[in-house]
Ligand binder design. Structure first.
Ligand code: GLY
Length: 347
């Protein structure tokens, strides 16, 4: 088992290894003196791992309960959040107990937020079960629910006290779910020149899965430690590809999943960077090639005015300009602010 320490407040470890879900009771014991755990998960993950985790905790002497909600973004709302909090109270959880999010990004985000609110804050342990949540959303403390008019529009920063990543679970994901995570993985190779494109080119992603996850999280940890609350502009680096991605997600009514939208966001933003004169075509082609090899390439056939206008709603925007983190080459991105007209012309 490998471990990465994240030096935020509080400081915590990310544990990474094959089969470590079986060791959950032992791994979480130091963070749960009361031995009382509320597992939050969705129906799909529950059918695969929910009972295993619940029973292993109960047979190790924990008081454990499981709250299960319907999978998907449509559940990431105030009603599910309220149901989790009511369930916790009904089942007699207290402020020194622990919430454990077992699932992908939706589960992790809503469990983190519920933990931040319950009794004014209980510890949360993240056990991500998708590649996307393992390399991104389970680490760094961003929690949220969606509001009617905006994705992730209500949330707080709540760092977990532990993250447990079982690489066997990630390696056994269906191809489409695994692929979505590769959109975020490719992003890390654009922020820093990592060996990930070599693994993609040689078709050896799964053989190098543990190294890939460690490389992505080591980079994420460095960025989060410098700008935990996303106020200094440093954490924005993690948003390369995301301005266009958020617009694609929004225009598709969230039918295009986040990871696929990020992959195409990287392709389009790197082409914008070439047209803007800050990036070589060769770099944009490498990014496009990696996206194609992972089967994440698709035609983005929204009208360019529609796409640019949707970018105006991005949370990162400043001074009524659209903010992009554009790649200059693999390993270097810079902030560029564009007016709506400039963006339409470049698109
Ligand atoms: N997912 C972007 C961030 O954690 O800041």
């Amino acid at each position: 088992m490998k471990s990465i320490s994240v030096n935020t407040k509080p400081k915590y470890d990310i544990l990474i290894g094959g089969g470590i879900i079986c060791d959950i009771p032992k791994l979480i014991a130091p963070f749960c003196n009361t031995k009382r755990v509320l597992i939050v998960t969705d129906d799909i993950v529950n059918s695969l791992y929910g009972e295993t985790v619940l029973n292993s905790l109960i047979s190790s002497g924990f008081y454990a309960k499981k709250f299960v909600f319907e999978n998907g973004e449509k559940s990431k709302n105030i009603n599910t959040l309220s149901d989790i909090l009511e369930f916790a109270l009904e089942n007699d959880f207290h402020r020194n107990d622990v919430f454990l999010g077992l699932g992908g990004g939706v589960v992790g985000d809503i469990t983190g937020l519920a933990a931040a609110l319950f009794m004014r804050g209980v510890n949360v342990i993240q056990v991500p079960t998708t590649l996307l949540s393992a390399v991104d959303s389970s680490v760094g403390g961003k929690t949220a629910i969606d509001l009617k008019r905006g994705k992730n529009s209500a949330g707080v920063f709540k760092q977990p006290c532990l993250v447990v990543i079982d690489t066997d679970i990630i390696a056994n994901l269906p191809d489409n779910i695994f692929g979505e995570g590769m959109g975020e993985v490719i992003k890390y190779n654009v922020i820093k020149n990592l060996p990930i494109f070599d693994y993609i080119n040689s078709n050896s992603v799964k053989e190098n899965l543990e190294n890939i996850i460690i490389d992505c999280l080591t980079l994420k940890k460095e960025i989060v430690e410098k700008d935990e609350f996303d106020t200094l502009g440093i954490r924005n680096l993690l948003n390369v590809g995301h301005t266009i991605a958020h617009a694609i997600e929004q225009l598709s009514n969230y039918t295009i999943p986040h990871g696929k939208a990020v992959a195409m966001g990287l392709v389009i933003e790197s082409k914008l960077a070439v047209k803007y004169g800050i990036c070589q075509n060769d770099t944009a082609l490498k990014i496009e090639d990696a996206v194609k090899r992972q089967g994440l390439y698709f035609d983005v056939d929204f009208d360019k005015k529609e796409l640019a206008t949707a970018c105006l709603k991005d949370k990162k925007n400043k001074d009524s300009k659209i903010l992009f983190l554009l790649p200059q080459n693999l390993g270097s991105c810079i902030e560029v602010k564009l007016t709506l007209e400039e963006l339409i012309n470049l698109l």
